[in-house]
Design a binder for this molecule. Structure first.
Ligand SMILES: [Ca+2]
Ligand SMILES: [Ca+2]
Length: 360
């Protein structure tokens, strides 16, 4: 890329790369977990099991809950306060890995892992939950990469085993790792992203351009996998200022990150800095409203995006279903309902929204 193109925005391309620094103590169960790095939350039998049937994933041992029933847990708290600056800028990703396996018996025992991003006060700010599963033929890699929420100071790794048969709890874990990845670049100039209605608008400026083909807009939620959203044509070669806009028509709930990949006519590319937008409030986000409220015979749904939802449910204040329909429309007959407080719930494949109304 020619140097004076896109001069307001371009910062050096800084891809994620593993620092190959595993922060987990005794990550492979090569020492007894109860005395080295790990804490038994429940079970009180956690130990290490020697390779054999099945073999460990690596080294000589794997984490093993011992002769105990039910669901039991071993955890480790990892102090990440050394990364406070990049964490609080919300630019610090961590990559987690755990290998899991179960003993071959029927019904089979199960494994689960939860990774919690916690504040100094112990509040869980974000978490990954693998859910229970079992695989007996080979070790399965469970992995999660995400950007630590601001104020994260501890990452808790929680290993679970659940006994379903026999005397031992045979959900095994081995080769656990938590690695800080290279932080996202933070230098912000004139590239912005903000919510407007139920969309996210991006805007940016160039001071001058040379051979600028245009900009590919990209989005990520985990800082690891970037998705292409679209292309915005550049002005080619110009010494004037130009403003650009792009609208993300289908933003995701929660924190999303955006960046621009600028292409010149020769195909060379540069990345912009990264900006973030937080969509926490679904009601604000969808801008859906009902009126009148209180209502007597008919309820109107304003800004209802019918394609987002599969069905509508109305429940009374005791949680009983009083109305359900798949025929979504901008108005709803409620004349037959008893006077009282109701909740209207809209359900879709990826979203759910609840609004409260009063029937006179
Ligand atoms: Ca091991
Ligand atoms: Ca068992």
């Amino acid at each position: 890329m020619k140097t004076n193109v896109f001069m307001l925005l371009i910062v050096a391309f800084a891809p994620f790369s593993a620092v190959t620094q595993n922060m987990v103590l005794n990550p492979s169960a090569e020492s007894d977990p109860s005395s080295n790095g790990w804490t038994e939350a429940s079970g009180f039998q956690w130990t290490r099991r020697a390779t054999g049937n099945p073999p460990s994933y690596e080294g000589t041992y794997m984490f093993f809950a011992g002769p105990v029933g039910g669901e039991v847990e071993l955890y480790q708290d990892i102090d990440v306060s050394a990364y406070a600056t990049t964490i609080d800028n919300e630019t610090q990703p961590f990559k987690f890995e755990d290998y899991v396996r179960s003993f071959s018996q029927s019904p089979v025992d199960q494994t689960k892992v939860i990774v919690e991003y916690r504040s100094a006060a112990g509040l869980v700010l974000s978490s990954f939950n693998s859910g229970y599963g079992s695989n007996t033929s080979a070790w399965l890699l469970v992995t999660d990469t995400r950007i630590a929420p601001a104020t994260t100071r501890t990452i808790r790794i929680r290993l679970f085993s659940k006994r379903n048969s026999g005397t031992n709890s045979d959900g095994y874990h081995d080769a656990i790792s938590l690695e800080p990845l290279a932080p996202l670049p933070v230098e912000l100039v004139d590239f912005q992203a903000f919510a407007e209605g139920n969309k996210i608008k991006l805007s940016w400026q160039t001071a001058s351009e040379l051979d600028n083909d245009g900009f590919i807009v990209e989005r990520t939620t985990n800082g690891h996998v970037w998705e292409e959203l679209g292309f915005v044509q550049g002005y080619g070669t110009t010494s004037e200022k130009h403003g650009y806009h792009f609208v993300d028509e289908n933003p995701l709930l929660g924190l999303s990150y955006y960046r621009l990949r600028q292409k010149d006519f020769e195909g060379e590319e540069e990345y912009s800095e990264v900006v973030s937008v937080d969509f926490r409030n679904l009601e604000d986000f969808r801008n859906l409203k009902i009126y009148p409220n209180p209502a007597t015979s008919q309820l109107h749904l304003m800004n209802l995006e019918i394609d987002d939802f599969d069905y509508l449910l109305v429940t009374d204040r005791h949680g009983r279903r009083v109305l359900m329909t798949h025929d979504l429309a901008s108005s709803l007959e409620i004349g037959h309902l008893e006077p009282g407080i109701y909740h209207l719930q809209l359900n879709g494949a990826t979203t759910m929204q609840t609004l409260r109304f009063v029937k006179n």
